[in-house]
Ligand binder design. Structure first.
Ligand code: GLA
Length: 355
């Protein structure tokens, strides 16, 4: 494949290996350029980390509990680190990360962020990564990036109840500033792809409908893909081929067609970025959205209105991002374009880190 630099999964977090009494960690949000609903299908995706994110400040305080304050929400929580009881919402993230890391000392945590919730920009991976890094930093412990990504995903799956894949966690932990990350979910091979936009802009626009992967049709789509695999006698849809589509009943045939086409679009997008063809990237965003709307069926009337608003503002391509059934739309704009009023520029940023 083109001139990409492949990386082994060796990044270590936070990589300081000495305890501290106060640390600050930042977890970025992510935008998935293309490759949606492919992670749990052993497919391909091309996300990048964005400058917006979540900051967690952690202080060692002794005792046997962890106290957490979510400053933006004006809410707080306190629990024994040894065996935290289950909670919901943001509290489930904090309790899950503390439990899964096996924290062994008292701490006070403050959470603050500039990332809209439920907008498809992965505020959840940003929060888990920042919480985990802050707690590891306090205790002077290191952890391999892949292990940490899996730990954060486990918290989201088992503590929060969202059956999501590994896309968001790998994106926020392995992205590099100014680059997109090509992820092959079958092999977990990660490759960096320069995201050279020149004076072009990527921006997101919220559809106004908050999505929740724990309750939305996201779970139905996952089940449909599993059913298609059972019928085809394969482990993941990565092994499906074009001829399989016709063997499946409605709507499973459309779901599989979408996944096959979206995987192919990821590598077409990598090639377009490599030769600097941003018009082609725009065309691919439109094609991805058409598949998500007509074949995978994760769009909503509000999302369609948001895509139309992006197109009216002159986007050369726009598509729904994230789990679907609401959330944000990503648009690609030529130099000098006037973005819709509420659009947020998706500035590529660095991965999760101690500040
Ligand atoms: C959400 C999930 C990811 C991925 C996307 C769809 O963001 O957290 O794991 O499945 O939806 O691409």
């Amino acid at each position: 494949m083109c001139a990409l630099s492949s990386i082994a999964v060796v990044r270590t977090y936070p990589g300081i290996a000495e305890s501290a009494t106060r640390v600050e960690a930042r977890g970025p949000g992510r935008v998935n350029l293309i490759g949606e609903h492919t992670d749990y299908n052993g497919g391909l995706a091309l996300p990048f980390a964005i400058a917006r994110g979540v900051t967690v400040t952690a202080e060692a305080v002794g005792g046997d509990s962890v106290a957490v304050e979510a400053l933006d929400l004006g809410e707080s929580d306190e629990f024994a680190y040894a065996n935290p009881a289950r909670e919901t919402g943001w509290k489930a993230f904090a309790r899950g990360i503390v439990a899964e890391l096996g924290v062994t000392s008292g701490a006070r945590l403050e959470i603050q962020g500039d990332l809209p919730h439920g907008a498809g920009l992965s505020s959840s991976a940003a929060l888990s990564a920042a919480l985990a890094l802050a707690l590891l930093g306090l205790e002077g412990r290191d952890m391999g990036g892949l292990e940490l990504a899996r730990l954060c995903a486990r918290v989201e799956n088992e503590w929060v109840g969202s059956p999501t894949g590994l896309l968001d966690q790998l994106a926020v932990l392995f992205a590099r500033e100014g680059e997109a990350l090509r992820i092959d979910f079958q092999t977990l091979e990660l490759s960096h792809v320069p995201l050279d936009l020149g004076d072009w802009t990527l921006a997101t626009l919220d559809s106004g409908v908050t999505h929740d992967n724990a309750t939305s049709g996201y779970i139905d789509r996952r089940e449909e893909c599993e059913r298609a695999c059972e019928l085809l006698g394969i482990e993941s849809l990565r092994e499906a081929v074009e001829a399989d589509v016709a063997r499946l009943p409605e709507p499973l045939d459309r779901r599989v067609r979408y996944v096959l086409e979206e995987n192919a679009r990821v590598d077409t997008a990598v090639a377009a970025l490599t030769r600097g063809d941003l018009f082609e990237l725009g065309r691919l965003l439109d094609a991805s959205h058409a598949g998500l709307r007509d074949l995978y069926e994760v769009s909503t009337p509000e999302v369609e209105r948001t895509v139309a608003a992006m197109a009216d503002a002159g986007a050369v391509g726009a598509r729904i991002v994230g789990g679907g059934f609401g959330g944000a739309v990503l648009g690609l704009f030529r130099p000098g374009a006037r973005l819709p009023e509420d659009a947020l520029v998706a500035e590529p940023g660095p991965p999760a880190r101690l500040v």
